[in-house]
Design a protein around this ligand. Structure first.
Ligand code: GLN
Length: 192
């Protein structure tokens, strides 16, 4: 059984832990470099990506995160976590850094300018999911190795992607009772 960490700098840490356990993984929160070393994969929750970036630097986690992702650790980022996994961001704060790993441009607060938060039924990797968006980013563009797993209105925007061991969604599956996205991530770890 893989052990999956949930980055516990801010966000829905407990909800992600519960969803991962329901999906068949063992899960623990990660706040220190030694804890990051102990996990087989990592969930980066939503929250506020500028805060998460600053906290990651304060806790000496940004470089270890970058190294583990570069080294092939599977990771799943939701909302602000998606921003953290993006190689490039639009509308970021001055100097904002990310962990990176997915060859994509993510626009922060993109839906937020139109609708602050909303819910939608959409297709995720061929399965129906109910998605909750909160001041969500969208994916502006992707490189050739990135698979688009889901899109949402308004605008048929890209809201779920995968590149190798990295998964990201603009929405928050931990806020629904639906464990499908977490299951998809746990299955990814088993296959890798
Ligand atoms: N708007 C937030 C950011 O820029 C993301 C919102 C969320 O994670 N719910 O980080």
């Amino acid at each position: 059984m893989p052990t999956i960490g949930v980055l516990a700098l801010q966000g829905d840490v407990r909800e992600h832990v519960r969803m991962l356990q329901e999906a068949g993984a063992s899960a623990m929160s990660v706040r220190r470099p030694a804890e990051l070393e102990a996990v087989d994969g990592l969930v980066i929750p939503g929250g506020e990506s500028t805060t998460m970036w600053k906290l990651a630097e304060t806790f000496d986690l940004l470089e270890p995160l970058q190294l583990r992702v570069k080294d092939g650790m599977p990771a799943y980022g939701s909302c602000a976590g998606m921003i953290m996994l993006a190689d490039r961001i639009e509308d970021g704060a001055e100097g904002q850094r990310t962990v990176g790993g997915i060859d994509m441009v993510v626009r922060r607060n993109a839906f937020g300018r139109q609708v602050d938060s909303f819910e939608a039924d959409l297709d995720f990797a061929g399965e129906p999911v109910h998605a909750v968006f909160i001041r969500a980013p969208w994916v502006e563009s992707v490189g050739p190795d990135v698979h688009v797993l889901g899109r949402a209105e308004p605008g048929d925007r890209i809201v779920a992607v995968r590149q190798g061991p990295l998964l990201a969604t603009s929405f928050h599956p931990e806020l629904t009772g639906d464990t499908r996205v977490h299951r998809y991530f746990v299955d990814m770890l088993r296959e890798l």
